[in-house]
Write a protein that binds this ligand. Structure first.
Ligand code: ME8
Length: 507
Protein backbone atom coordinates (compact mmCIF):
# COMPACT_ATOMS: atom_id res chain seq x y z
CA UNK A 1 0.00 0.00 0.00
CA UNK A 2 1.34 3.47 -0.82
CA UNK A 3 2.36 5.39 2.24
CA UNK A 4 1.19 8.77 0.99
CA UNK A 5 -2.29 9.98 0.30
CA UNK A 6 -3.77 13.17 -1.10
CA UNK A 7 -7.48 13.84 -0.71
CA UNK A 8 -9.49 16.79 -2.00
CA UNK A 9 -12.95 18.28 -1.68
CA UNK A 10 -14.22 20.21 -4.68
CA UNK A 11 -13.15 23.82 -4.40
CA UNK A 12 -16.42 25.59 -3.73
CA UNK A 13 -17.90 28.57 -5.60
CA UNK A 14 -17.87 31.80 -3.64
CA UNK A 15 -20.93 33.36 -5.31
CA UNK A 16 -22.77 32.46 -2.13
CA UNK A 17 -22.23 31.21 1.42
CA UNK A 18 -21.65 27.52 2.30
CA UNK A 19 -24.57 25.13 2.83
CA UNK A 20 -25.05 21.61 4.13
CA UNK A 21 -24.04 20.00 0.81
CA UNK A 22 -20.60 21.62 1.04
CA UNK A 23 -20.32 20.56 4.68
CA UNK A 24 -21.19 16.98 3.70
CA UNK A 25 -18.40 16.54 1.15
CA UNK A 26 -15.89 18.20 3.47
CA UNK A 27 -16.83 16.00 6.45
CA UNK A 28 -16.61 12.87 4.29
CA UNK A 29 -13.10 13.88 3.17
CA UNK A 30 -12.15 14.66 6.77
CA UNK A 31 -13.32 11.18 7.80
CA UNK A 32 -11.10 9.56 5.17
CA UNK A 33 -8.10 11.81 5.92
CA UNK A 34 -8.30 11.15 9.66
CA UNK A 35 -8.56 7.38 9.17
CA UNK A 36 -5.60 7.37 6.78
CA UNK A 37 -3.47 9.31 9.27
CA UNK A 38 -4.55 6.95 12.07
CA UNK A 39 -3.26 4.07 9.94
CA UNK A 40 0.12 5.74 9.61
CA UNK A 41 -0.29 7.05 6.04
CA UNK A 42 1.26 10.47 5.32
CA UNK A 43 -1.82 12.40 4.29
CA UNK A 44 -2.53 15.78 2.78
CA UNK A 45 -6.12 16.97 2.84
CA UNK A 46 -6.98 19.91 0.60
CA UNK A 47 -10.05 22.09 0.36
CA UNK A 48 -10.56 25.61 -0.94
CA UNK A 49 -12.57 28.01 -3.06
CA UNK A 50 -13.26 28.48 -6.77
CA UNK A 51 -13.26 32.21 -7.36
CA UNK A 52 -13.24 33.02 -11.08
CA UNK A 53 -15.77 33.03 -13.90
CA UNK A 54 -19.00 34.58 -14.96
CA UNK A 55 -21.03 33.19 -12.06
CA UNK A 56 -18.83 35.02 -9.53
CA UNK A 57 -18.62 38.18 -11.64
CA UNK A 58 -22.43 38.32 -11.93
CA UNK A 59 -22.92 37.71 -8.20
CA UNK A 60 -20.49 40.55 -7.45
CA UNK A 61 -22.36 42.91 -9.80
CA UNK A 62 -25.62 41.96 -8.10
CA UNK A 63 -24.10 42.75 -4.70
CA UNK A 64 -22.55 45.98 -5.96
CA UNK A 65 -19.05 45.00 -4.94
CA UNK A 66 -15.94 44.07 -6.85
CA UNK A 67 -15.46 40.37 -7.66
CA UNK A 68 -12.38 40.22 -5.45
CA UNK A 69 -14.24 41.76 -2.49
CA UNK A 70 -16.99 39.17 -2.91
CA UNK A 71 -14.38 36.40 -3.11
CA UNK A 72 -12.59 37.61 0.02
CA UNK A 73 -15.84 37.85 1.94
CA UNK A 74 -17.25 34.45 0.99
CA UNK A 75 -13.98 32.54 0.84
CA UNK A 76 -13.51 33.52 4.48
CA UNK A 77 -16.89 31.94 5.27
CA UNK A 78 -15.74 28.66 3.71
CA UNK A 79 -12.46 28.91 5.57
CA UNK A 80 -14.29 29.61 8.85
CA UNK A 81 -16.45 26.57 8.17
CA UNK A 82 -13.37 24.33 8.12
CA UNK A 83 -12.87 25.27 11.80
CA UNK A 84 -16.57 24.96 12.66
CA UNK A 85 -16.65 21.46 11.11
CA UNK A 86 -13.36 20.54 12.84
CA UNK A 87 -11.79 19.63 9.50
CA UNK A 88 -8.20 18.43 9.59
CA UNK A 89 -7.35 20.00 6.23
CA UNK A 90 -3.67 20.76 5.69
CA UNK A 91 -4.26 23.40 3.05
CA UNK A 92 -6.94 25.76 1.77
CA UNK A 93 -6.39 26.97 -1.77
CA UNK A 94 -8.01 30.00 -3.37
CA UNK A 95 -7.90 30.30 -7.14
CA UNK A 96 -7.15 34.01 -6.81
CA UNK A 97 -3.80 33.14 -5.19
CA UNK A 98 -0.62 33.58 -7.19
CA UNK A 99 0.58 29.98 -6.61
CA UNK A 100 -2.57 28.79 -8.33
CA UNK A 101 -2.52 31.26 -11.23
CA UNK A 102 1.05 30.30 -12.10
CA UNK A 103 0.12 26.60 -12.11
CA UNK A 104 -3.03 27.11 -14.21
CA UNK A 105 -1.06 29.07 -16.83
CA UNK A 106 1.64 26.39 -16.88
CA UNK A 107 -1.02 23.76 -17.53
CA UNK A 108 -2.39 25.87 -20.40
CA UNK A 109 1.08 26.06 -21.94
CA UNK A 110 1.50 22.29 -21.65
CA UNK A 111 -1.81 21.72 -23.50
CA UNK A 112 -0.68 24.20 -26.15
CA UNK A 113 2.70 22.48 -26.49
CA UNK A 114 0.91 19.17 -27.10
CA UNK A 115 -0.88 20.72 -30.08
CA UNK A 116 -4.25 20.31 -28.39
CA UNK A 117 -5.34 23.96 -28.32
CA UNK A 118 -6.71 25.92 -31.29
CA UNK A 119 -8.64 29.15 -31.78
CA UNK A 120 -12.22 28.95 -33.06
CA UNK A 121 -15.75 30.19 -32.39
CA UNK A 122 -18.12 28.72 -29.83
CA UNK A 123 -21.80 28.89 -30.49
CA UNK A 124 -24.16 27.01 -28.22
CA UNK A 125 -25.81 26.68 -24.83
CA UNK A 126 -24.09 27.71 -21.62
CA UNK A 127 -25.20 27.48 -18.01
CA UNK A 128 -23.67 30.18 -15.84
CA UNK A 129 -25.01 28.38 -12.80
CA UNK A 130 -23.02 25.22 -13.59
CA UNK A 131 -20.33 27.05 -15.62
CA UNK A 132 -20.88 24.33 -18.19
CA UNK A 133 -21.40 24.10 -21.97
CA UNK A 134 -24.38 21.93 -22.91
CA UNK A 135 -25.50 20.04 -26.01
CA UNK A 136 -29.15 20.67 -26.72
CA UNK A 137 -29.89 16.93 -26.47
CA UNK A 138 -28.75 16.99 -22.82
CA UNK A 139 -31.18 19.79 -21.86
CA UNK A 140 -34.82 19.67 -20.82
CA UNK A 141 -37.27 21.55 -23.06
CA UNK A 142 -39.93 23.44 -21.11
CA UNK A 143 -43.50 24.23 -22.16
CA UNK A 144 -42.57 27.82 -23.15
CA UNK A 145 -39.90 26.48 -25.51
CA UNK A 146 -36.94 27.48 -23.32
CA UNK A 147 -34.40 24.98 -22.01
CA UNK A 148 -33.12 24.13 -18.58
CA UNK A 149 -30.33 21.86 -17.30
CA UNK A 150 -30.99 18.65 -15.38
CA UNK A 151 -30.10 20.55 -12.22
CA UNK A 152 -32.94 22.94 -13.02
CA UNK A 153 -30.89 26.02 -13.92
CA UNK A 154 -31.38 28.23 -16.98
CA UNK A 155 -29.08 28.20 -20.01
CA UNK A 156 -28.26 30.95 -22.45
CA UNK A 157 -27.13 30.87 -26.05
CA UNK A 158 -23.63 32.26 -26.39
CA UNK A 159 -21.56 33.02 -29.46
CA UNK A 160 -17.96 34.09 -29.03
CA UNK A 161 -14.41 33.56 -30.12
CA UNK A 162 -12.89 30.82 -28.02
CA UNK A 163 -9.88 28.59 -27.67
CA UNK A 164 -10.75 24.92 -27.92
CA UNK A 165 -9.15 21.84 -26.41
CA UNK A 166 -9.06 18.73 -28.64
CA UNK A 167 -11.14 16.65 -26.26
CA UNK A 168 -12.48 14.50 -29.13
CA UNK A 169 -8.96 13.16 -29.65
CA UNK A 170 -8.97 11.63 -26.14
CA UNK A 171 -12.20 9.58 -26.27
CA UNK A 172 -10.49 6.25 -27.04
CA UNK A 173 -7.68 6.82 -24.55
CA UNK A 174 -10.20 7.65 -21.84
CA UNK A 175 -12.23 4.49 -22.50
CA UNK A 176 -9.02 2.47 -22.44
CA UNK A 177 -8.01 4.14 -19.17
CA UNK A 178 -11.37 3.40 -17.51
CA UNK A 179 -11.03 -0.23 -18.65
CA UNK A 180 -7.50 -0.65 -17.35
CA UNK A 181 -8.22 1.13 -14.07
CA UNK A 182 -11.57 -0.28 -12.99
CA UNK A 183 -11.57 1.65 -9.69
CA UNK A 184 -10.69 5.02 -11.19
CA UNK A 185 -14.33 6.13 -11.02
CA UNK A 186 -16.54 4.96 -8.16
CA UNK A 187 -19.31 4.04 -7.49
CA UNK A 188 -19.55 1.60 -10.41
CA UNK A 189 -23.02 2.84 -11.43
CA UNK A 190 -21.68 6.35 -11.97
CA UNK A 191 -18.69 4.98 -13.84
CA UNK A 192 -21.09 3.38 -16.31
CA UNK A 193 -22.78 6.77 -16.85
CA UNK A 194 -19.40 8.34 -17.62
CA UNK A 195 -18.46 5.57 -20.04
CA UNK A 196 -21.71 5.92 -21.96
CA UNK A 197 -21.23 9.71 -22.08
CA UNK A 198 -17.77 9.29 -23.61
CA UNK A 199 -18.93 6.54 -25.97
CA UNK A 200 -21.75 8.86 -27.08
CA UNK A 201 -19.03 11.03 -28.69
CA UNK A 202 -16.90 13.86 -27.35
CA UNK A 203 -16.81 17.26 -28.98
CA UNK A 204 -13.83 19.56 -28.57
CA UNK A 205 -14.20 21.67 -25.46
CA UNK A 206 -14.25 25.44 -25.32
CA UNK A 207 -11.54 26.42 -22.80
CA UNK A 208 -11.62 30.21 -22.88
CA UNK A 209 -14.17 33.03 -22.70
CA UNK A 210 -13.79 36.56 -24.01
CA UNK A 211 -17.00 38.39 -23.08
CA UNK A 212 -15.96 39.15 -19.49
CA UNK A 213 -12.63 39.43 -17.73
CA UNK A 214 -12.93 37.89 -14.23
CA UNK A 215 -10.56 35.00 -14.68
CA UNK A 216 -6.98 33.96 -15.32
CA UNK A 217 -5.68 35.50 -18.51
CA UNK A 218 -4.82 33.10 -21.30
CA UNK A 219 -1.03 33.21 -21.79
CA UNK A 220 -0.16 35.52 -24.73
CA UNK A 221 -3.76 36.53 -25.44
CA UNK A 222 -5.11 39.09 -23.03
CA UNK A 223 -8.54 39.17 -24.72
CA UNK A 224 -9.34 35.74 -23.26
CA UNK A 225 -9.68 34.35 -19.77
CA UNK A 226 -9.33 30.63 -19.11
CA UNK A 227 -12.53 28.57 -18.85
CA UNK A 228 -13.19 28.42 -15.13
CA UNK A 229 -13.24 24.60 -14.96
CA UNK A 230 -9.76 24.30 -16.50
CA UNK A 231 -8.63 26.95 -14.02
CA UNK A 232 -10.36 25.29 -11.05
CA UNK A 233 -9.38 21.66 -11.67
CA UNK A 234 -5.72 22.60 -11.78
CA UNK A 235 -5.97 23.93 -8.21
CA UNK A 236 -5.60 20.37 -6.88
CA UNK A 237 -2.05 19.77 -8.12
CA UNK A 238 -1.28 23.49 -7.89
CA UNK A 239 -1.68 23.29 -4.12
CA UNK A 240 1.28 20.86 -4.17
CA UNK A 241 3.14 22.87 -6.81
CA UNK A 242 3.12 19.72 -8.94
CA UNK A 243 2.37 21.26 -12.36
CA UNK A 244 5.13 23.85 -12.15
CA UNK A 245 7.63 21.77 -10.26
CA UNK A 246 8.32 18.05 -10.56
CA UNK A 247 9.82 17.63 -7.09
CA UNK A 248 9.62 14.01 -5.84
CA UNK A 249 8.46 15.17 -2.40
CA UNK A 250 5.39 16.75 -4.03
CA UNK A 251 4.84 14.11 -6.68
CA UNK A 252 4.54 11.32 -4.12
CA UNK A 253 1.30 12.86 -2.88
CA UNK A 254 -0.11 13.65 -6.32
CA UNK A 255 0.54 10.04 -7.39
CA UNK A 256 -1.97 8.92 -4.76
CA UNK A 257 -4.68 11.53 -5.24
CA UNK A 258 -8.37 10.93 -4.51
CA UNK A 259 -10.98 13.51 -5.52
CA UNK A 260 -14.30 13.35 -3.68
CA UNK A 261 -17.03 15.21 -5.55
CA UNK A 262 -20.81 15.40 -5.81
CA UNK A 263 -22.44 13.61 -8.74
CA UNK A 264 -23.19 17.02 -10.34
CA UNK A 265 -19.55 17.56 -11.23
CA UNK A 266 -18.43 14.04 -12.08
CA UNK A 267 -18.16 14.70 -15.81
CA UNK A 268 -15.73 17.56 -15.27
CA UNK A 269 -13.58 15.38 -13.03
CA UNK A 270 -13.80 12.05 -14.82
CA UNK A 271 -13.74 13.20 -18.46
CA UNK A 272 -12.28 16.70 -18.88
CA UNK A 273 -9.71 16.46 -16.08
CA UNK A 274 -8.02 13.17 -17.09
CA UNK A 275 -7.99 14.34 -20.73
CA UNK A 276 -6.23 17.60 -19.75
CA UNK A 277 -3.70 15.64 -17.70
CA UNK A 278 -3.09 13.13 -20.50
CA UNK A 279 -2.50 15.98 -22.92
CA UNK A 280 -0.10 17.68 -20.50
CA UNK A 281 1.76 14.40 -19.85
CA UNK A 282 0.98 14.63 -16.16
CA UNK A 283 0.01 11.87 -13.74
CA UNK A 284 -3.72 11.17 -13.32
CA UNK A 285 -5.42 10.95 -9.92
CA UNK A 286 -6.05 7.45 -8.57
CA UNK A 287 -9.71 7.83 -7.74
CA UNK A 288 -12.71 10.01 -8.48
CA UNK A 289 -15.57 9.22 -6.13
CA UNK A 290 -18.95 10.86 -6.78
CA UNK A 291 -21.39 10.93 -3.89
CA UNK A 292 -25.12 11.60 -4.09
CA UNK A 293 -27.27 14.61 -3.31
CA UNK A 294 -29.13 15.53 -0.16
CA UNK A 295 -32.69 16.73 -0.26
CA UNK A 296 -34.31 18.62 2.63
CA UNK A 297 -37.46 16.97 4.01
CA UNK A 298 -37.97 15.39 0.60
CA UNK A 299 -37.42 18.56 -1.45
CA UNK A 300 -34.53 19.57 -3.66
CA UNK A 301 -32.33 22.03 -1.73
CA UNK A 302 -32.46 25.36 -3.52
CA UNK A 303 -32.23 29.02 -2.77
CA UNK A 304 -35.44 29.76 -4.65
CA UNK A 305 -37.35 27.28 -2.47
CA UNK A 306 -35.82 28.95 0.60
CA UNK A 307 -34.92 25.59 2.16
CA UNK A 308 -31.12 25.79 2.19
CA UNK A 309 -29.73 24.25 5.39
CA UNK A 310 -27.10 26.45 7.04
CA UNK A 311 -24.49 24.11 8.56
CA UNK A 312 -23.55 26.70 11.19
CA UNK A 313 -27.15 26.95 12.45
CA UNK A 314 -27.82 23.23 12.48
CA UNK A 315 -24.57 22.62 14.38
CA UNK A 316 -25.57 25.29 16.92
CA UNK A 317 -28.86 23.49 17.45
CA UNK A 318 -27.71 19.86 17.54
CA UNK A 319 -23.94 19.80 18.03
CA UNK A 320 -21.08 19.20 15.62
CA UNK A 321 -20.39 15.52 16.27
CA UNK A 322 -24.10 14.78 16.10
CA UNK A 323 -24.28 16.34 12.62
CA UNK A 324 -21.06 14.67 11.46
CA UNK A 325 -22.42 11.32 12.64
CA UNK A 326 -25.80 11.83 10.99
CA UNK A 327 -24.37 12.88 7.62
CA UNK A 328 -21.92 9.98 7.48
CA UNK A 329 -24.33 7.34 8.79
CA UNK A 330 -27.69 8.19 7.31
CA UNK A 331 -27.10 7.51 3.62
CA UNK A 332 -24.96 5.22 1.51
CA UNK A 333 -21.96 7.21 0.36
CA UNK A 334 -22.65 7.43 -3.36
CA UNK A 335 -26.47 7.49 -3.16
CA UNK A 336 -28.93 10.35 -2.67
CA UNK A 337 -30.53 10.88 0.71
CA UNK A 338 -32.91 13.03 2.69
CA UNK A 339 -32.13 15.40 5.55
CA UNK A 340 -35.04 15.44 7.96
CA UNK A 341 -35.15 16.65 11.54
CA UNK A 342 -37.10 13.57 12.56
CA UNK A 343 -34.38 11.29 11.20
CA UNK A 344 -31.66 13.44 12.78
CA UNK A 345 -33.24 13.40 16.25
CA UNK A 346 -33.94 9.71 16.03
CA UNK A 347 -30.29 8.96 15.16
CA UNK A 348 -29.07 11.18 18.00
CA UNK A 349 -31.39 9.59 20.55
CA UNK A 350 -31.02 5.97 19.46
CA UNK A 351 -27.45 5.66 18.19
CA UNK A 352 -25.65 8.34 20.19
CA UNK A 353 -27.54 8.90 23.45
CA UNK A 354 -28.71 5.31 23.96
CA UNK A 355 -26.18 3.07 22.26
CA UNK A 356 -22.89 4.90 22.74
CA UNK A 357 -23.70 7.39 25.52
CA UNK A 358 -25.40 4.91 27.84
CA UNK A 359 -22.78 2.24 27.30
CA UNK A 360 -20.08 4.63 28.52
CA UNK A 361 -22.15 6.18 31.25
CA UNK A 362 -23.47 2.98 32.84
CA UNK A 363 -20.29 0.93 32.80
CA UNK A 364 -17.74 3.60 33.59
CA UNK A 365 -19.85 5.05 36.42
CA UNK A 366 -19.80 1.59 38.01
CA UNK A 367 -16.01 1.68 37.92
CA UNK A 368 -16.05 5.10 39.57
CA UNK A 369 -18.52 4.01 42.23
CA UNK A 370 -17.47 0.47 43.04
CA UNK A 371 -13.81 0.23 42.07
CA UNK A 372 -12.46 3.52 43.44
CA UNK A 373 -12.31 4.73 39.82
CA UNK A 374 -9.59 2.18 38.99
CA UNK A 375 -10.18 0.01 35.92
CA UNK A 376 -9.98 -3.62 37.09
CA UNK A 377 -7.56 -6.07 35.47
CA UNK A 378 -8.55 -8.58 32.83
CA UNK A 379 -6.70 -11.63 34.06
CA UNK A 380 -9.85 -13.78 34.29
CA UNK A 381 -11.39 -13.12 30.88
CA UNK A 382 -12.90 -16.14 29.15
CA UNK A 383 -12.71 -17.14 25.46
CA UNK A 384 -15.89 -15.29 24.49
CA UNK A 385 -14.71 -12.11 26.15
CA UNK A 386 -11.35 -12.41 24.44
CA UNK A 387 -13.15 -12.75 21.12
CA UNK A 388 -15.12 -9.56 21.76
CA UNK A 389 -11.94 -7.70 22.70
CA UNK A 390 -10.03 -8.98 19.65
CA UNK A 391 -12.80 -8.25 17.22
CA UNK A 392 -11.73 -4.78 16.08
CA UNK A 393 -8.14 -5.91 15.56
CA UNK A 394 -9.17 -9.03 13.68
CA UNK A 395 -11.47 -6.99 11.45
CA UNK A 396 -9.01 -4.16 10.90
CA UNK A 397 -8.35 -5.07 7.27
CA UNK A 398 -12.06 -5.03 6.53
CA UNK A 399 -12.42 -1.56 8.06
CA UNK A 400 -9.43 -0.30 6.16
CA UNK A 401 -10.81 -1.73 2.89
CA UNK A 402 -14.11 0.06 3.51
CA UNK A 403 -12.28 3.37 3.88
CA UNK A 404 -10.17 2.71 0.79
CA UNK A 405 -13.36 2.12 -1.19
CA UNK A 406 -15.07 5.18 0.34
CA UNK A 407 -17.65 2.86 1.83
CA UNK A 408 -18.10 5.31 4.69
CA UNK A 409 -21.59 4.58 5.95
CA UNK A 410 -20.85 0.87 6.25
CA UNK A 411 -17.76 1.62 8.32
CA UNK A 412 -19.97 3.64 10.66
CA UNK A 413 -22.68 0.99 10.67
CA UNK A 414 -20.17 -1.76 11.52
CA UNK A 415 -18.67 0.23 14.39
CA UNK A 416 -22.20 0.63 15.74
CA UNK A 417 -22.69 -3.11 15.45
CA UNK A 418 -19.75 -3.54 17.80
CA UNK A 419 -21.28 -0.96 20.13
CA UNK A 420 -24.47 -3.05 20.01
CA UNK A 421 -22.54 -6.20 20.90
CA UNK A 422 -20.79 -4.41 23.77
CA UNK A 423 -24.18 -3.27 25.10
CA UNK A 424 -25.53 -6.79 24.77
CA UNK A 425 -22.52 -8.22 26.60
CA UNK A 426 -22.99 -5.72 29.44
CA UNK A 427 -26.75 -6.24 29.69
CA UNK A 428 -26.66 -10.03 29.41
CA UNK A 429 -24.03 -10.30 32.14
CA UNK A 430 -25.93 -8.00 34.53
CA UNK A 431 -22.89 -6.78 36.52
CA UNK A 432 -25.20 -4.86 38.89
CA UNK A 433 -26.39 -8.25 40.22
CA UNK A 434 -22.82 -9.50 40.76
CA UNK A 435 -21.19 -6.61 42.54
CA UNK A 436 -21.72 -8.06 46.03
CA UNK A 437 -21.67 -11.80 45.44
CA UNK A 438 -19.18 -12.39 42.57
CA UNK A 439 -16.69 -9.59 42.72
CA UNK A 440 -14.20 -11.27 40.36
CA UNK A 441 -16.77 -11.67 37.60
CA UNK A 442 -18.12 -8.19 38.31
CA UNK A 443 -14.66 -6.72 37.82
CA UNK A 444 -13.96 -8.73 34.69
CA UNK A 445 -17.17 -7.46 33.09
CA UNK A 446 -16.20 -3.90 33.87
CA UNK A 447 -12.70 -4.41 32.51
CA UNK A 448 -13.99 -5.94 29.26
CA UNK A 449 -16.57 -3.20 28.78
CA UNK A 450 -14.07 -0.43 29.51
CA UNK A 451 -11.53 -1.89 27.09
CA UNK A 452 -14.05 -2.25 24.28
CA UNK A 453 -15.20 1.34 24.89
CA UNK A 454 -11.58 2.49 24.54
CA UNK A 455 -11.29 0.62 21.24
CA UNK A 456 -14.59 2.02 19.99
CA UNK A 457 -13.43 5.52 20.94
CA UNK A 458 -10.49 5.11 18.55
CA UNK A 459 -12.63 3.76 15.73
CA UNK A 460 -15.03 6.73 15.99
CA UNK A 461 -12.19 9.26 15.82
CA UNK A 462 -12.67 9.86 12.06
CA UNK A 463 -16.43 10.20 12.53
CA UNK A 464 -16.60 12.27 15.73
CA UNK A 465 -13.12 13.48 16.70
CA UNK A 466 -14.23 15.54 19.73
CA UNK A 467 -16.27 12.71 21.22
CA UNK A 468 -13.44 10.28 20.60
CA UNK A 469 -10.97 12.51 22.41
CA UNK A 470 -13.44 13.07 25.22
CA UNK A 471 -13.91 9.32 25.78
CA UNK A 472 -10.18 8.60 25.52
CA UNK A 473 -9.62 11.39 28.05
CA UNK A 474 -11.70 9.38 30.54
CA UNK A 475 -8.95 6.75 30.37
CA UNK A 476 -6.26 9.45 30.61
CA UNK A 477 -5.30 8.70 27.02
CA UNK A 478 -4.33 12.18 25.94
CA UNK A 479 -2.05 11.42 23.00
CA UNK A 480 -1.77 14.29 20.57
CA UNK A 481 -1.89 11.92 17.62
CA UNK A 482 -4.54 9.24 17.63
CA UNK A 483 -3.36 6.07 15.86
CA UNK A 484 -4.91 2.65 15.37
CA UNK A 485 -2.08 1.25 17.51
CA UNK A 486 -3.81 2.71 20.59
CA UNK A 487 -6.43 -0.01 20.18
CA UNK A 488 -4.02 -2.34 21.97
CA UNK A 489 -3.08 0.06 24.75
CA UNK A 490 -3.41 -1.61 28.12
CA UNK A 491 -5.80 0.23 30.42
CA UNK A 492 -5.73 -2.14 33.39
CA UNK A 493 -5.37 -0.33 36.72
CA UNK A 494 -5.71 3.08 35.11
CA UNK A 495 -7.67 5.67 37.05
CA UNK A 496 -10.85 6.73 35.30
CA UNK A 497 -11.86 10.38 35.16
CA UNK A 498 -15.31 11.70 35.98
CA UNK A 499 -17.93 10.47 33.51
CA UNK A 500 -20.47 13.00 32.28
CA UNK A 501 -23.34 12.38 29.82
CA UNK A 502 -22.06 12.55 26.24
CA UNK A 503 -25.17 13.35 24.21
CA UNK A 504 -28.33 15.16 25.28
CA UNK A 505 -31.58 13.67 23.98
CA UNK A 506 -33.99 15.55 21.71
CA UNK A 507 -37.78 15.41 21.77
O1 ME8 B 1 -19.26 22.80 -8.35
N1 ME8 B 1 -25.96 17.38 -1.60
O2 ME8 B 1 -18.72 24.22 -6.62
P1 ME8 B 1 -20.06 24.24 -5.76
C1 ME8 B 1 -24.70 16.92 -1.52
N2 ME8 B 1 -16.66 25.12 -7.93
N3 ME8 B 1 -23.61 17.62 -1.88
C2 ME8 B 1 -23.80 18.86 -2.35
C3 ME8 B 1 -25.09 19.42 -2.46
C4 ME8 B 1 -26.20 18.62 -2.05
N4 ME8 B 1 -27.46 19.05 -2.09
N5 ME8 B 1 -24.95 20.67 -2.94
C5 ME8 B 1 -23.61 20.88 -3.12
C6 ME8 B 1 -18.51 23.59 -7.81
N6 ME8 B 1 -22.91 19.79 -2.76
C7 ME8 B 1 -17.16 23.91 -8.42
C8 ME8 B 1 -16.22 22.76 -8.12
S1 ME8 B 1 -13.81 21.59 -8.27
C9 ME8 B 1 -12.45 21.73 -9.22
C10 ME8 B 1 -14.85 22.90 -8.73
C11 ME8 B 1 -21.45 19.64 -2.77
O3 ME8 B 1 -19.87 25.30 -4.74
C12 ME8 B 1 -21.01 18.53 -3.72
O4 ME8 B 1 -19.72 18.13 -3.37
O5 ME8 B 1 -21.25 24.31 -6.65
C13 ME8 B 1 -20.95 19.27 -5.03
O6 ME8 B 1 -20.21 18.59 -6.02
C14 ME8 B 1 -20.29 20.55 -4.60
O7 ME8 B 1 -20.87 20.83 -3.29
C15 ME8 B 1 -20.56 21.70 -5.55
O8 ME8 B 1 -20.03 22.86 -4.99
Amino acid sequence: MPNTFFITTPIYYVNDVPHIGHAYTSIACDFIARYKRMSGVETIFLTGTDEHGQKIQKAAEKNNISPLDLCNKNSKKFNDLTKILNLSNDDFIRTTEERHKVGAKTLWKKLLASGDVYLGNYEGWYSINDETFYNEKDLIKQSDGSFKTITGGPVEWIKEESYFFRLSKYADRLIEYYKNNPDFILPQSRKNEVISFVKGGLKDLSISRNTFDWGIQVPDDEKHVMYVWLDALSSYPNSLGYITDDKPELKKYWENATHIVGKDILRHHAVYWPAFLMSANLILPKRIFAHGWWTNEGNKISKSLGNVIDPVEIIKDYGLDQIRYFLLREITFGSDGDFSLTALKSRINADLSNDLGNLCQRSLTMISKHCDSIIPDGKNINEKEKELLDRITSESERFSKMVNEQNINNYVKDVWEIIGDANKYFNDNKPWELKDNNVDKFKTILYVTADIIKQIAIMIYPIMPDTSIKILGLFSINEEIITLKLINKNIENIKINEVKPLFPRYE
